[in-house]
Write a protein that binds this ligand. Structure first.
Ligand SMILES: [Zn+2]
Length: 75
């Protein structure tokens, strides 16, 4: 069970869900939009749930998430 999700930047994310629990366990950038200006959006990148949530309430947490991500990648 899987589906494609189009992000606000235009990139397409492949989401794979568990057949019985329906919990999405894999989210990967399938194709990158030419107009996307998010440097990290490369084909094959695994995304975390809060990165693809359309909920505007998460906008205020983006800075925190980015900082945490940079910390992870450099560790
Ligand atoms: Zn993008």
């Amino acid at each position: 069970m899987s589906y494609n999700l189009v992000l606000q930047c235009g990139c397409v994310v492949y989401v794979s869900c568990h057949p019985t629990t329906r919990i999405a366990h894999t989210r990967i950038i399938q194709s990158r939009a030419p107009e996307c200006d998010v440097r990290r959006h490369e084909v094959g990148l695994r995304l975390f749930l809060w990165e693809i949530l359309p909920d505007p309430r998460y906008q205020t947490r983006l800075e925190w998430a980015d900082a945490w991500e940079e910390f992870r990648w450099s560790a």
